[in-house]
Ligand binder design. Structure first.
Ligand SMILES: Cc1cc2nc3c(=O)[nH]c(=O)nc-3n(C[C@H](O)[C@H](O)[C@H](O)COP(=O)(O)OP(=O)(O)OC[C@H]3O[C@@H](n4cnc5c(N)ncnc54)[C@H](O)[C@@H]3O)c2cc1C
Length: 411
């Protein structure tokens, strides 16, 4: 039986590990926190996911929250105008619903599942020496440590990483008591040009149903305003203040919100970074990176959890197809590059370009979607299948070939 070690028990590591167990591999998963520590710890993400990424989880029997997590039936878009009101507003139903299951629920439950299905769980932070030990004892080591320090073993790919600095100041707030925007449930995405973005979605967390508020402020701008916040109560107050000032149509929903728990807040920033997929240990052995280790995108387009799922599914297929042949460097690189060509490049390019000021064609599309349901539907569909973004979102001729003449708009 081939033995595979996975370092990092987050989304990608656990999904891949459980998939490998179901295909007859011996799996050791080494991670730095116990399931209980994750469950009772700080929130980690807004983890909004769309249908096809969720389907990979369901294929492994991991969709434990399908009946209880609020469905995301639509995605809505609002654009702040120069007068401070909502200049553009549209929404489209998604073909099949998405959801958001708090990682404080998903990760502990999946960890228990990995052990139940025969995986060996090792708790403790893995360093280079520990990685060497794992590499000696296993046929393949996959590093799934997300934004953790260990990922720096994998050299940054400058050609695929256009932004060297963080492009947004991030904040998350999990709340209860938010008034619904409409009878049906979904994701509301709002943009304030030159200031930042705010999106909000229903989810399930450790205390039950909630709404997740995600703030993306341009560095140095008025939404980059979290450094002096020291308590959860201040964080909630700042969240509301941002909405009152920049997204008043969303503030109206938030008169009675409360934090879901004391760990329901988070702030941070990081540069979006693509790394080489293969790292070399001091012994000369090679290890393979996955998901955020290799493709870390800003959450603005909500790609990371979706990517972790699709990425894990791709690696599972590649490992199973390899049979008993060795997992050498050539195979490792090809395993990443086939994912990059099929999805990774498009996901990354979309995420990175949305961090830049919108181009005239993007502005035209966003305005046109208000009056053309086909454009709104196509845009919304791209969240499930980001390959649909190319080339129309970046190329006026391609967009007009699909949907006819676009308006000229400039902010
Ligand atoms: C503010 C914010 C909002 C987001 N919103 C969304 C969204 O709406 N939709 C979406 O699709 N994505 C979203 N994401 C991204 C998504 O959460 C991540 O991309 C996804 O969790 C990455 O999965 P992963 O398995 O690569 O890493 P992770 O899930 O981060 O897992 C890494 C694991 O490795 C462990 N670890 C780290 N270092 C070590 C070590 N040395 N030894 C052992 N274990 C270690 C960690 O504890 C962790 O358990 C968001 C991210 C942020 C920051």
């Amino acid at each position: 039986m081939l033995a595979i070690a996975i370092v990092g028990g987050g989304h990608a590591g656990l999904q891949l590990g459980i998939g490998l167990l179901q295909h007859g591999y011996a799996v050791t998963l080494a991670t730095d926190r116990t399931p209980e520590e994750v469950r009772t710890g700080r929130i980690l993400s807004s983890q909004g996911m769309q249908h096809s990424a969720l389907q990979h989880e369901r294929d492994l029997g991991l969709g434990f929250w399908d009946d209880v997590a609020p469905r995301h039936d639509f995605i809505a878009f609002g654009l702040r105008g120069e007068d401070g009101g909502r200049a553009v507003s549209w929404q489209a139903r998604v073909a099949r619903p998405g959801n958001s299951v708090c990682q404080r629920l998903k990760i502990p439950r999946w960890t228990d599942e990995l052990v139940r299905q025969g995986g060996v769980l090792e708790i403790g932070a893995v360093d280079i020496a520990a990685l060497e030990r794992l590499a000696r004892r296993h046929d393949l080591v996959v590093v799934a440590t997300g934004k953790g320090e260990l990922g720096r073993l994998f050299p940054r790919d400058a050609a695929r990483s256009p932004h060297a600095r963080p492009m947004r100041a991030l904040a998350l707030t999990y709340v209860a008591g938010m008034a619904p925007a409409r009878p049906e449930r979904g994701v509301n995405f709002n943009a304030a040009p030159k200031i930042g973005e705010y999106f909000v979605m229903p989810a399930i967390t450790t205390t039950g149903a909630c709404e997740i508020m995600v703030f993306e402020g341009l560095p140095g701008g008025p939404m980059d305003c979290w450094d002096d916040v020291t308590t959860p109560a201040q964080h909630l107050a700042r969240s509301k203040a941002i909405l009152e000032r920049f997204f008043p149509w969303e503030a109206a929903r938030c008169r009675h919100i409360e934090l879901t728990d004391e760990n329901a807040t988070m702030t941070g920033r990081f540069p979006p970074t693509v790394r080489e997929p293969v790292a070399t240990l001091p012994s000369g052995r090679a290890v393979l990176g996955i998901a955020d280790v290799v493709m870390l995108n800003d959450p603005l387009t909500g790609r990371g959890s979706n990517n972790a799922s699709k990425y894990a599914a791709h690696y599972l297929d590649r490992i199973c197809a390899r049979g008993t042949a060795p997992f050498d460097r050539v195979w490792m690189r090809e395993t990443f590059e086939t994912y990059w060509a099929a999805r990774g490049r498009m996901i990354t390019e979309w995420a990175n370009r949305m961090l830049e000021p919108p181009t005239p064609v993007m502005q035209a599309i966003v305005h046109a979607a208000e009056h053309d349901a086909r454009i709104a539907a196509h845009f919304v569909g791209c969240f499930d299948d980001p390959t649909g973004v190319h080339p129309w979102l970046f190329d006026r001729a391609a967009a007009e070939a699909m949907f006819g003449p676009l308006p000229d708009v400039a902010h």
